[in-house]
Design a protein around this ligand. Structure first.
Ligand code: SIN
Length: 204
């Protein structure tokens, strides 16, 4: 970290100050962290990562299902041509240890932290995009709760029937789909599942 003796923090916004001073950390959220961040942040921006796809391939035994009947939640799956749009949160490093302790607890069912490049900013505006290093929570195929790929109809059935301490798996899917739509993010996997689950709800 560099020290600038001529630096005048009062002339800057808190956000700029934190970014410039390297006293803040970017976190990339792509699942529940989009619609239910529940973490202290000083800025939130649209962001994208390359080389991954968002998929309902992670099992949830502690939030949206149980060990006996796990639900399904999203993780990032490596894909050379893939991209995933989400939200980047800027977190003050002053309380970062506590924030990460809370996040680690929340994401304890199979997720680990990964450092990667985030592309900040919206592509639909003329604002320039900035690339920063950030952290995301990813559940890879080696964790015990991993479920992996399945036909869309089967994943939809599992989501339709699952419920855990945090609520129904349906809520997790529908809130995510709604949050993506509100941000003009396209994700065919998520919207196909939403369509299937809404059809199941209508039949029930
Ligand atoms: C995330 O939202 O970024 C991680 C997965 C989740 O908690 O749903």
């Amino acid at each position: 970290m560099t020290t600038d003796m001529h630096h005048h923090p009062e002339a800057q916004t808190q956000e700029q100050d934190l970014a410039n001073e390297e006293s803040a950390t970017w976190l990339f959220g792509y699942g529940s962290l989009i619609w239910k961040p529940e973490l202290p942040f000083v800025d939130a921006q649209p962001a994208r990562i390359d080389g991954y796809l968002r998929r309902f391939w992670q099992g949830s035994e502690d939030h949206r299902g149980t060990p006996e009947a796990p639900g399904r939640v999203v993780t990032l799956v490596p894909d050379r041509q893939g991209r995933c749009d989400g939200v980047a949160y800027l977190m003050n490093n002053v309380d970062i240890e506590q924030t990460f302790a809370q996040l680690d607890h929340r994401e304890k069912n199979g997720y680990t932290r990964l450092t990667l490049s985030l592309k900040l900013g919206s592509e639909t505006t003329s604002e320039s995009q900035e690339i920063v290093q950030g952290i995301t929570y990813i559940a890879n195929e080696n964790n015990e709760a991993y479920r992996g790929p399945a036909p869309i109809k089967q994943i939809a059935e599992e989501i339709f029937h699952s419920v855990g301490p945090s609520g129904t798996n349906i809520e997790y899917l529908l809130e995510l789909a709604e949050a993506l739509r509100a941000r003009a993010i396209d994700d065919p996997h998520i919207f196909a599942l939403e369509t299937e689950v809404l059809a199941l709800l209508q039949q029930s």
